[in-house]
Ligand binder design. Sequence first.
Ligand code: EPU
Length: 337
Amino acid sequence: MNIEHNKHLLAYNTFGIDTIAEEFVQINLESELMELLHYANKNQTALHIIGGGSNILFVHDIKGLVLLNQLKGMQIVYEDKDIVHVKCMSGEVWHECVLWSVAKNYGGIENLSLIPGTIGAAPIQNIGAYGVELKDVFVELEAIHLRTLEKKIFTHQECAFAYRDSIFKTKEKGNYFILSVTMALSKQPICKTTYGTIQQEMNEMKVDAVSIKSVSDAVIRIRRSKLPNPAEIGNAGSFFKNPEITLVQFEQLKNTYEDLPSYDTVNGKKIPAAWLIEMCGWKGYRENDFGVHHKQALVLVNYQHAKGSDILLLSEKIISSVQEKFSIQLEREVNIW
Ligand code: EPU
């Protein structure tokens, strides 16, 4: 067990914010994790888990022990003529698993290409893009309770998935270390190309026969054209969730804003937060080293040496201005540490 002290976390978050963790350790094996959890429980150390660090904004130094999840491995655990169940260890990089499924022509996660982060983080916020969410392919996950050290299988239902939400963000927040996630992928894939500009992108790519690979390629091209690459400009993808409003509220707003974009939901309408933020004049805003991306208003960026607290303050100003103009409360999607 190699515990490092006063470790700089600059290299471990896509926002590119530097902060210091009191203790830091890399977990390569489940046995190492068990050993560490015993140690942490004995010393009553606070525990924090990092995967790809792509959905975190550091605003303070971190007291306690940061665990960097590097548990690797993938295995087909069930197969018939129509589907495969693939069990992926939680430290695997999400996009690598997508590329593997695309190469095998197993369908289900191609629309989720290029989402940053790890397998273990995917169910926590039920990652989603271009008409697909993790919950659509999720079978089960295995996790270990950080304090009782009990292992548990969480079924689909037990995860309580919702839009960018699961039990691991609510009732069980901070209680478990996710060890592996099992997904069901299709051997007879049906490509989902109706969402957003996927079809248009494929036309531009001159694709004649739609395949898992062409959908993945189209999504990658769209994401690269719209979203800043964290390797170049620090960011954590969408900083806010798209808010849901009632039909009554929607009709009222539509009277004033004829071109208000929306998506139908079970209870009302979802409005793109990016549109609300842009309408408040924030798109492309820059102050010193932080700001709002010029191509996607939902993404807050660190141009180089911004502090986490600057970005947090900017997000508060954005929330206030959207509240003032539209009476809609934006919620952060990114975790604040
Ligand atoms: N729009 C604007 N201004 C902008 C950007 C977008 O007005 O600067 C409006 C346009 O009307 C556009 C609509 O917002 O048609 C939707 O934009 P986009 O397709 O880019 O998607 P989004 O709703 O802004 C969500 C996810 C993304 C995901 C895309 C595609 C959330 C919080 N974000 O963004 O997820 O990639 O859909 O499915 O739901 C992420 O979670 O990090 C992420 C990037």
